[in-house]
Design a protein around this ligand. Structure first.
Ligand SMILES: Cc1ncc(COP(=O)(O)O)c(C=O)c1O
Length: 431
């Protein structure tokens, strides 16, 4: 008799007490079907599910685990911090150290405020941008995700001059009526929006290398136009680097593109897997925040001593010379291996990467925007996902998510992944 699948058992138990059985929707495998794997433990480049099956982990907690799981220096820092207390609700020296470390690596930021999640950081940056400019409107792009604050859960309206509609129940249209949703990489539309509304725009928020519509880069011309138009119209340019910060390179997407935003939103890697995020920018803007200025923002667990210990230890490792060169090389070798395997069987396929972040597409051209990403053949992607999962390779369970490499992944992991993909590609092409 086959032994019972422990993931199935846990999923059933979870669904009885947690909506959908998960605490964040994408974990539910709704897009790809099947039972989510319940993770018991992780080490290096791997995690193990409830059946004790091992997977090569390419989600890395959706970005934070850039060193792999259980890096000894990080574990030591966290263990030490835990013994000194979990949370005080009063300032600590470690918060200053982490702030100093972040500012040293992100030159566009002169001051930073620590918070607990990317959602909180993006939401607070938005309030700050509105407070600092005294304006209401915000610009975002279809396919970019900035957390689940009400004003950011918006899809494009029917025409450019119209503002967005909520993408979630529970968000009143009044809350999104100031959010303009534009097409990513569409310069003409961007120019038109600023021509129509420029003087009322508080900020333009963008993932300059987008990781929430798989992996799509802003073209250099588009990113430069965002900067120019914001400057010209007195709007703030906000780079949401929750995913790209310390992930695509030591200086984030702003370093890769050579563009200086006004505000930067960070998360994921800066917490090393603990709940920690941040937003920051020039002193004059950041001093608009409470307790100095009129823009209110606060948090019971902000700058938590255990999370800051984890983040600091992580930043120390990634700032070592050569870290991103090695990581980028690994990621490129995966991407090139997959491309070659697909080409060998004539499967339409393309892929891209920067630092420790990558994306691949079941199409010949790299997409430039969300609408193109969403033309991916769903059934083929799902077959690829499940084929890899069966073979012990865990990629994001949705075609609109990016992939993440860690420093702990070895050549043998990459070879095993390409090998698994090769077997599936053959079957996909024959479909
Ligand atoms: C670019 C970006 N911004 C904001 C967020 C929200 O962060 P969190 O999930 O920590 O609230 C995410 C989460 O994936 C993200 O990718």
């Amino acid at each position: 008799m086959p032994t019972a699948d422990q993931n199935d058992i846990l999923f059933e138990r979870a669904r009885a007490v947690i909506p959908g059985g998960v605490n964040s929707p994408v974990r539910a495998f709704k897009a790809v079907g099947g039972t989510p794997r319940f993770i018991r433990r992780a080490e290096g480049a791997y995690f193990w599910d409830a059946n004790d099956k091992r997977y090569i982990d390419y989600i890395g907690s959706w970005g934070p685990m850039i060193l792999g799981h259980g890096h000894p220096a990080v574990v030591e820092a966290v263990q030490k911090a835990v013994l000194e207390g979990f949370s005080y609700g009063a300032p600590t020296e470690r918060e200053i150290e982490l702030a100093e470390a972040i500012l040293a690596l992100v030159p566009s930021m002169e001051m930073v405020r620590l918070v607990s999640s990317g959602t909180e950081a993006a939401m607070s940056a938005l309030r700050l941008a509105r407070g600092a400019t005294g304006r209401k409107h915000i610009v975002k792009f279809e396919g970019c995700y900035h957390g689940h604050a009400d004003a950011l859960l918006v899809k494009a309206g029917s025409g450019l001059a119209t503002f967005g509609h909520p993408t979630s129940a529970g968000v009143p249209p009044e809350v999104t009526q100031h959010t303009l949703v534009l097409e990513y990489n569409n310069i003409a539309q961007l120019e038109e929006a600023f021509a129509l509304h420029g003087n009322d725009i508080a900020c333009l928020m963008i993932e300059a290398i987008a990781g929430n519509m798989n992996f799509v880069r802003a073209t250099p011309a588009f990113a430069a136009r965002c900067r120019e138009l914001c400057t010209q119209h007195g709007a703030l340019l906000v780079f949401d680097e929750v995913m790209t910060g310390f992930r695509v390179g030591l200086h984030g997407a702003q370093g890769v593109l050579g563009i200086t935003p006004d505000l930067t939103v960070l998360g994921k890697v800066i917490g090393g897997g603990m709940p920690l995020a941040a937003f920051g920018g020039p002193r004059a803007i950041m001093e608009q925040l409470a307790p100095l200025g009129p823009v209110y923002q606060a948090g019971t667990l902000s700058g938590n001593p255990v999370a800051t210990a984890c983040g600091l230890a992580t930043l120390k490792e990634i700032a070592r010379p050569g870290f991103y060169e090695a990581l980028g090389k690994k990621t490129r070798s995966l991407v090139e291996g997959l491309k070659a395997a697909a080409a060998a069987v004539g499967l339409p396929f393309n892929a891209d990467s920067e630092g420790g972040m990558f994306g691949f597409f079941l199409m010949n051209e790299l997409p430039q925007n969300y609408a193109t990403v969403m033309t991916t053949d769903n059934a083929k992607f799902n077959a690829l996902f499940h084929g890899l999962l069966d073979r012990g390779v865990y990629i994001a369970p949705a075609l609109y998510e990016a992939g993440f490499m860690s420093a702990a992944h070895g050549d043998e992991d990459i070879a095993a992944t390409v090998d698994a993909a090769r077997q599936i590609f053959k079957a996909l092409q024959a479909r």
